[in-house]
Design a protein around this ligand. Structure first.
Ligand SMILES: [Zn+2]
Ligand SMILES: [Zn+2]
Length: 245
């Protein structure tokens, strides 16, 4: 049995993405003893390792072993009312992130299933976008955020979205505040606007093509505000904040 200190020394801290995989497994295998030798625990370990690798966690190909994964699964018992009522809450140590994801997804197990399936698919896909300067985290983890953001920055898509708006309205205006770069900055602002992907990260399908209707034209200010903290604002919430509802 390794002590917590030994474990922490060896292992980089678990990311939210990895924890979500473990939590989803926990919900799908209620009351199971997560023995590290179980094929299902080993399969989960492999998936978690690939996610860690996709996130660029160094040394992760060997770091997430079945013992560590099994311990993580046991940690979740602290939050499980079944074990709480039996006073068998498992390992007493746990961290804040475990408590957080438990609370967020205890009653959204179906959503979690879909999100995790997407994370696993994203980790296995050829195109793992590199972290952007704002590689922040959503409740759904970091990997899906990267995919979300990379879609917003997809040049070809942005051009198509702009062309369709120009065709329809004759100008490019922020769908939140109405800002028009060309009207304010003149020639330099012509054709300038950002795209925001309006589909929630939880509904994002890795590998699916982005539809133009899922993109909104937004000015740089509104776009930053939408992503400034979690949960991200919807366009409606951003408009309401500006009194444009
Ligand atoms: Zn705006
Ligand atoms: Zn955006």
């Amino acid at each position: 049995m390794v002590t917590e200190t030994q474990r922490q020394k060896r292992n980089p801290v678990w990311t939210r993405d990895e924890l979500l995989l473990a939590l989803d497994y926990y919900f799908r295998h209620p009351r199971e003893n997560p023995d590290p030798s179980k094929p299902s625990v080993q399969e989960l370990t492999g998936q978690i390792g690939r996610v860690a690798k996709a996130l660029g966690i160094t040394g992760s190909d060997t770091l997430r072993n079945a013992n560590g994964v099994s311990m993580k699964l046991l940690n979740f018992r602290r939050h499980d009312s079944y074990y709480q009522s039996k006073h068998q809450v498992g390992l007493q140590r746990g961290n804040r992130l475990e408590a957080e994801v438990w609370k967020e997804f205890e009653n959204r197990q179906h959503d979690l299933r879909r999100i995790v399936a997407n994370i696993v698919r994203a980790a296995a896909s050829e195109e793992i976008p590199s972290p952007g300067e704002d590689d922040f985290e959503a409740p759904e983890g970091r990997l899906l955020v990267r995919i979300h953001r990379s879609r917003e920055r997809n040049r070809r898509l942005i051009e198509r979205k702009k062309a369709s708006a120009l065709n329809k309205d004759g100008c490019l205006v922020c769908e939140v505040c109405g800002f028009n770069f060309e009207a304010v900055y003149g020639e330099r602002g012509r054709g300038f606007i950002e795209c925001h992907h309006t589909l929630p990260v939880s509904l994002l399908e890795c590998g699916a093509t982005t539809k133009l209707r899922d993109l909104a034209l937004v000015c740089a200010n509104c776009h930053r505000m939408i992503h400034a903290s979690r949960p991200w604002w919807t366009l409606e919430q951003a408009r309401a904040a500006l009194g444009h509802a």
